[in-house]
Design a protein. Structure first.
Length: 169
């Protein structure tokens, strides 16, 4: 379960992570869903798993830390599970402060300081005319405002960015 964004590239990254999780590990399947701003939502994602034959589901919140959105994933999962007693549903924890995460953050910091940034521009709506987003090509890049960001009640253009990646082209 990802956060969900109005940015198709950010949502695609969640699908990519799900695919990487699936491959080579022997899981029956991995489905991607989002807690807000993108489809499918949490209950729809769980419904899809059952339609594909799942009898046991592990809900993995794709978040670094706890907060409003991971809590919402868990609550919606619990509500769905209560209505579907024939399915075994378990909730995993958020990623949390793992040593590998520290290594990755340090690696990205070093790349930034040394000017060795490699942005994913091939699917950025500000660079490429993606279907349904053609009007964004060439526009100044805006941070993605998210209505559920805790304590961040601001509009566009304040230089803040809350997401898995940024469009610093």
């Amino acid at each position: 379960m990802g956060r969900g964004s109005t940015d198709p590239d950010a949502n695609a990254e969640v699908h990519k992570a799900a695919r990487l999780l699936w491959e080579g590990r022997g899981y029956a399947g991995v489905e991607t869903a989002f807690v807000s701003l993108a489809a499918p939502d949490v209950p729809s994602g769980l419904d899809r798993c059952v339609r594909l034959g799942a009898r046991r589901i592990v809900v993995l919140p794709y978040f670094l830390f706890t907060g409003i959105l991971p809590d919402r994933v868990r609550l919606q999962t619990e509500g769905w599970a209560a209505a579907h007693p024939e399915v075994e549903v378990r909730s995993a924890d958020v990623i949390g402060p793992e040593p590998e995460l520290l290594d990755l953050v340090w690696e990205r910091y070093t790349e930034a300081v040394e000017g060795d940034l490699r942005m994913n521009c091939d699917s950025c709506v500000y660079r490429v005319a993606l279907p349904g987003f053609e009007d964004k090509v060439g526009l100044p890049q805006q941070p993605h405002f998210h209505p559920d960001d805790d304590g961040h009640h601001h509009g566009h253009g304040h230089g803040h960015h809350h997401g898995a990646h940024s469009h610093a082209h």
